[in-house]
Each structure stands twice: as structure tokens, then as C-alpha cells.
Design a protein around this ligand. Structure first.
Ligand code: HEC
Ligand code: HEC
Length: 279
């Protein structure tokens, strides 16, 4: 009997809550009111601060960069992501690589890359000069980074002799003394510098593609870069050619003489054998 009554009283007491203490319902209501008040406060604070925060995240692009973004969204987005942040397993982030890297990659036709390979190769260029500048402007405005100086001739003030010295110290171990290039480890290679323009040499030094080190302006000053470019363009690529029509190994006309001698002797031997066979 008593135990039955006790149980009922205990149940009622639990439903009503302890005397003196606020009921559970009222306590819930109080918590809800406080929660709503806190949310409104946070919301208010957000509306005050948010416009500034949003403006910082998406600064308006210049016209050139906006045009560049349109090109980027069509040709580069699949591998580099919608905001050039990179796509796992497809392409690296371009934040901070700068206009120089875009100039190098796109003006040599390496980008847009056609398929995944160990090293993107030089290919026919897909974009016009203006479009390359627009793509470069877009990546530059997204994340900053090194920029190539303007102009097509970047070695007008270059000192060829100093450039040759700098080239032998900094570049020849990979690109060879002739600038002809050479193999590196795991299927990679340092390409020939023959087809490179001034802007491509400059941007290669600023961006350090693949295994090539970055030669920032504090390692090789802009004046020294002009010297190196002068050496590559004037001594290795044209004017300083030691001679000969076919440029075999750049040793001058004697290599050609040897080659013609060997080819000629072989041809004469076969001709005399043929004549001997006829008679
Ligand atoms: C099929 C995928 C693919 C497409 C499309 C592509 N890229 Fe790339 N991109 C890569 C890969 C992979 C690398 C790294 C390979 C390398 O360094 O040789 C790279 C590297 C780069 C780099 C060098 C980044 C650095 O660290 O300096 C730049 C700049 C770049 N891409 C720009 C572009 C632009 C601009 C486009 C569009 C016009 C484009 N890419 C289209 C895959 C792609
Ligand atoms: C450790 C090796 C290494 C050194 C040192 C090096 N490079 Fe390179 N260089 C490379 C590799 C690798 C590539 C190819 C990158 C690619 O295809 O993405 C390259 C590419 C280039 C290209 C682009 C050629 C083209 O048009 O296809 C130029 C220009 C260049 N290097 C200039 C230089 C100069 C100038 C120096 C010295 C200041 C130098 N490199 C030092 C490894 C090197």
C-alpha cells in the first residue's frame, strides 16, 4: 500500500519538478530566449562586419583579368580548379605563381596541357599575345607573384661576356654549354634553349618550371638576367654561331667537312662497286 502511494507521489513530484526550482518547461523557455538573443546579437555583428570581409575575399577584377578568367574557365579550370586553387591529381594550385609562370607555360604552348605526362612539353601555342596577357593578369590578381618586365627585347643592355660567365655557373649543368639541353633523372629533361624568346628565358628564370631552380631577383639581379639573355640569344642562338651550314655540334665548319668526307667516301665506294658489278 504505502509503496504504491510513494511511487505515485514520486511520479507526480517528478512531473511537477522539485518545489521551488523552475519547471523544466520554463527552464527550456529561458534557454530558448537566451539562444535567440545570442543569435540576434551574432547576426547583428555579422551584418556590420560581413560587407568588409566579403569585399576582401573577392576584390573586383580588372577588365583584362576578367577576360582572363573567362578564358581560364574554358581551358584551365578542369585541371587547376575554379579559383586556380588546384585539383588533386590533375594540376597544381596557381595561387602565388604570378604572371611570369603563366607567361612561361602558356607562351611556350606547355599549357593547356593535353594529357598527364612527366613533363609538359613545348607545343604550338594556343592563345594570342593578348590572351596570354589576360590569363597572366587573372592569375596575378588572384594571388600575386613574380612578373616579367614589359617589352619583347629584354637584353638590349646586356653584357654578353658577363652573361656567358653567369650562364656557365648557373645554367650549363642542365642546359649544356651549348644551350642544347640534356637529360635529367626519371624521364625528365632540360630542353634546348634554341627556340626561347627573351620573355620566355626571363619567365623561366623567375618561375623555375619543373626541376629548374627559381632564380629570383635577389639571386640573379634584373641586370644579370639581361646579361644571361644577351649571351643565350647572341652567342648560343645566332650571331656567335662558329660557322658551317648545318651547325653540327657548333664546332664550326670542320665537323661539316668531316661529315661530308665520310658520306662522300661511302657513296663513292658503293658507286665503284656498282660499276664493277655492271661490267
Ligand atoms: C590536363 C590538365 C591541365 C590543363 C588543362 C592545364 N594545366 Fe596547367 N598544369 C597542369 C599540370 C599537371 C602542371 C604541373 C606540370 C608541370 O609543371 O610541368 C601544370 C602547371 C601549370 C603552371 C605552372 C605552375 C607553377 O607552379 O609554376 C601554370 C602557370 C599553369 N599550369 C597554367 C595553366 C593555364 C593558364 C591553363 C589554361 C590555359 C592550364 N594550365 C591548363 C595541368 C593542366
Ligand atoms: C637543375 C637543372 C636546371 C638549371 C640549373 C637550369 N634549368 Fe632551365 N630548365 C630546366 C628544366 C627541367 C626545364 C624544363 C621545364 C619544363 O619543361 O617545364 C627548363 C627550361 C628552361 C627554359 C625553357 C626552354 C623552352 O623554351 O622550352 C629556359 C629558357 C631555361 N630553362 C633557361 C634557364 C636559364 C637561363 C638557366 C640559368 C640561369 C637555367 N635554365 C637553369 C632545368 C634547369
Amino acid at each position: 500500500m504505502t509503496s504504491d502511494n510513494d511511487r505515485r507521489r514520486g511520479l507526480l513530484a517528478r512531473l511537477r519538478g522539485r518545489p521551488g526550482a523552475p519547471s523544466r518547461g520554463r527552464r527550456r523557455l529561458g534557454a530558448a530566449v537566451r539562444l535567440v538573443a545570442a543569435l540576434m546579437l551574432a547576426g547583428g555583428a555579422y551584418t556590420v562586419l560581413a560587407p568588409g570581409a566579403a569585399a576582401q575575399e573577392n576584390p573586383p577584377l580588372s577588365t583584362a583579368a576578367a577576360d582572363g578568367k573567362a578564358l581560364f574557365d574554358v581551358s584551365c579550370l578542369t585541371c587547376h580548379g575554379s579559383n586556380a586553387q588546384g585539383v588533386e591529381g590533375r594540376g597544381p594550385s596557381l595561387i602565388g605563381v604570378g604572371a611570369a609562370s603563366v607567361e612561361f607555360q602558356v607562351s611556350t604552348g606547355r599549357m593547356p596541357m593535353a594529357r598527364q605526362e612527366a613533363q609538359a612539353a613545348r607545343k604550338p601555342v594556343v592563345f594570342t599575345r593578348d590572351e596570354i596577357d589576360q590569363l597572366a593578369a587573372y592569375v596575378q590578381e588572384l594571388g600575386g607573384g613574380p612578373v616579367v618586365p614589359s617589352g619583347e627585347n629584354l637584353h638590349a643592355d646586356g653584357n654578353v661576356a658577363l652573361g656567358g660567365e653567369l650562364f656557365r655557373i648557373n645554367c650549363s649543368q642542365c642546359h649544356a654549354f651549348s644551350g642544347g639541353g640534356g637529360a635529367l633523372s626519371s624521364g625528365k629533361y632540360a630542353p634546348s634553349l634554341g627556340p626561347a624568346t627573351d620573355r620566355q628565358i626571363y619567365s623561366a628564370m623567375l618561375s623555375g618550371p619543373q626541376n629548374m631552380p627559381v632564380f629570383g631577383d635577389n639571386q640573379i639581379t634584373p641586370e644579370q638576367k639581361a646579361d644571361i639573355i644577351a649571351y643565350i640569344q647572341q652567342t648560343l642562338n645566332n650571331d656567335g654561331d662558329p660557322g658551317g651550314f648545318f651547325n653540327l655540334g657548333r664546332y664550326g665548319p670542320s665537323t661539316e667537312g668531316v661529315a661530308i668526307f665520310l658520306v662522300g667516301i661511302v657513296a663513292l665506294v658503293f658507286a665503284s662497286l656498282w660499276i664493277a658489278g655492271k661490267s
